[in-house]
Design a protein around this ligand. Structure first.
Ligand SMILES: *[C@@H]1O[C@H](CO)[C@@H](O)[C@H](O)[C@H]1NC(C)=O
Ligand SMILES: *[C@@H]1O[C@H](CO)[C@@H](O)[C@H](O)[C@H]1NC(C)=O
Ligand SMILES: *[C@@H]1O[C@H](CO)[C@@H](O)[C@H](O)[C@H]1NC(C)=O
Ligand SMILES: *[C@@H]1O[C@H](CO)[C@@H](O)[C@H](O)[C@H]1NC(C)=O
Ligand SMILES: *[C@@H]1O[C@H](CO)[C@@H](O)[C@H](O)[C@H]1NC(C)=O
Ligand SMILES: *[C@@H]1O[C@H](CO)[C@@H](O)[C@H](O)[C@H]1NC(C)=O
Length: 459
């Protein structure tokens, strides 16, 4: 089960499938796949030559253990790091962002990192961020004046809200940002502006029509513009937060295989999601007004969870802890306000539902509550930039019976204070704004794109 979804295998099967199907086509459309394939080979060599250097302890300090089985985790971690290199083979320094092996072991930097630093490598992030902020350019495909689907291609003209706001906020922010360019020749990346949420709500399309719409859209832009064919879509991306986005690319295989998919439902075990190529965007339910705060000492409850019973993880959580006095679990709407429950608790549990992602992590962070993440195989937002172990507790769903022991005994009050302080520090990365500001959710997504920008150019 594990290996069949590792990116390495995904790329290999894609390669052979394409080889059989498209052997008559131009070399240019193979290029990204060929690159991916050759990098898999390089990577196998690399893994076999350096595998003894990686210890499990180091890996789990970068990627929360519980996300996947340790062996898969180790394997993917290495795949992950190396695939990034292949998108720009000269920038081996990018690798330090992801690899503890090359970070400054034993230096003051590492010491600080152990205690405090919410970034894997803050100085590298700051340096690259400045560079990105100066030079990254995005071209968004325009639409015809009388395109009947302008509504799904244009940014919304209202303030986004609700569960899937991240998608709308991203587009709104992009079109107003200095990253946006009208000149495709200076663009590093090309934005596919269709809104998955918009298509889903459009009666002419609906859930059942999204796949065909996307297929036709990509067909159109690849006919009318030279940019798609140049890289097979490798320098193109779209952003979606609704989970129907998971299957939206089934009829547009090149998007799935080559383009950068920036999505909320980012799971290592979804066939449509390729962890190192695609990126995870946080699902955030925007809240108005000033953010309320509550000191850790005034948080009187240990842990809180409420939500519908739509997954085994949630059922297990509720049946295990339903009568507990410290861990408060609810399988229905609360009679008291949700915000108060998040403010009065030390820990707020995010349990996988239909999807690995829900707005609960964003909610917990917003209210200064340390998230406890029970969502195996979740590729957490910005996991290649931020060290989730410094501001959250990631627990395997198998360990739900250990929850109280972990929260009460393994995390002492000092450790809790650190986690909570770091929650306050990362809050800014999980917020969208009408007018985006440095290091907010929009800029973090731009940074993810920057890390994944392709340098493949065929003229
Ligand atoms: C790769 O990235 C580095 C650092 O961002 C940049 O200096 C270099 O020009 C890039 N290489 C190519 C081939 O574009
Ligand atoms: C990013 O660019 C904007 C616009 O040029 C500028 O106002 C902002 O200060 C820059 N931020 C950083 C961290 O360089
Ligand atoms: C954001 O913009 C909308 C109008 O598009 C406005 O109604 C709202 O008050 C603004 N929100 C903030 C926080 O400025
Ligand atoms: C693709 O182009 C055709 C012909 O111009 C148009 O009728 C159709 O609506 C376009 N489809 C999409 C999804 O953009
Ligand atoms: C891109 O490739 C497709 C399929 O091979 C072809 O139909 C289309 O005309 C090409 N587009 C351009 C602009 O050459
Ligand atoms: C919780 O209490 C109810 C009612 O007393 C009981 O039926 C249930 O089995 C208890 N659950 C656990 C996990 O002890």
């Amino acid at each position: 089960m594990a290996t069949s979804t590792s990116p390495n295998i995904v790329f290999r099967t894609c390669f052979s499938r394409r080889l059989v199907k498209d052997h008559g086509r131009k070399l240019s459309s193979f290029l990204p796949v060929l690159l991916a394939f050759s990098s898999s080979i390089l990577l196998l060599f690399y893994v076999s030559s350096t595998s003894e250097i990686y210890s499990l302890r180091r890996i789990s300090s970068v990627y929360p253990r519980a996300i996947m089985g340790v062996e898969v985790q180790e394997h993917l971690q290495e795949v992950h790091e190396n695939m990034i290199i292949t998108r720009n083979s000269s920038s081996f320094n990018i690798n330090t962002q992801r690899s503890p092996r090359v970070s400054t072991v034993g230096s003051p930097l590492e010491k600080r990192n152990k205690n405090d630093d919410t970034f894997h490598d803050e100085s590298l992030f700051m340096k690259e961020y400045k560079e990105m902020n100066k030079s990254l350019k995005i071209y968004a495909y325009p639409h015809n004046k009388n395109d009947p689907f302008a509504n799904v291609l244009l940014p919304v003209d209202y303030e986004p809200g609700g569960n899937y706001a991240s998608e709308s906020y991203f587009k709104k922010s992009l079109y107003e940002s200095h990253f946006f360019t009208n000149d495709p020749l200076e663009a590093d990346l090309f934005f596919l502006p269709f809104s998955i949420a918009g298509l889903r709500n459009d009666k002419r399309v609906g859930v059942g029509g999204i796949q065909d719409f996307v297929k036709n859209y990509v067909h159109n832009i690849s006919r009318f513009y030279p940019f798609w064919n140049r890289t097979g879509g490798a320098d193109h991306f779209y952003v979606a937060c609704h989970s129907v986005g998971r299957t939206a690319m089934m009829k547009a295989v090149e998007v799935k295989i080559n383009a950068i998919q920036v999505v909320c439902s980012s799971s290592y075990f979804l066939p449509g999601y390729v962890a190192h190529k695609d990126a995870s965007v946080p699902q955030i339910w925007p809240r108005k007004g000033t953010r309320p705060t509550r000191l850790p000492s005034e948080r009187t409850k240990l842990a809180f969870y409420a939500g519908a019973m739509n997954s085994r993880a949630r059922e297990f959580l509720v049946t295990t802890w339903e009568n507990d006095t410290d861990i408060s679990v609810h399988q229905s709407r609360l009679k008291t306000p949700y915000s108060e429950a998040l403010l009065e608790s030390k820990f707020c549990v995010h349990a996988k539902g239909f999807e690995v992602n829900t707005a609960r992590i964003g909610d917990a962070l917003y209210y200064g509550c340390v998230p406890v993440i029970l969502a195996d195989h979740y590729d957490l937002p910005y996991a290649d930039i931020l060290n989730w172990n410094t501001f959250s507790v990631v627990v395997s769903t198998m360990d739900i019976p250990m929850l109280k022991k972990i929260l009460l005994q393994e995390i002492d009050s000092n450790a809790y204070l650190k986690l909570q302080r770091n929650v306050m520090r990362v809050q800014k990365h999980f917020e969208w704004h009408n007018v985006s500001v440095d290091y907010d959710a929009f800029h973090m997504v731009m940074y993810e794109l920057w890390l994944r920008r392709s340098h493949v150019r065929i003229s």
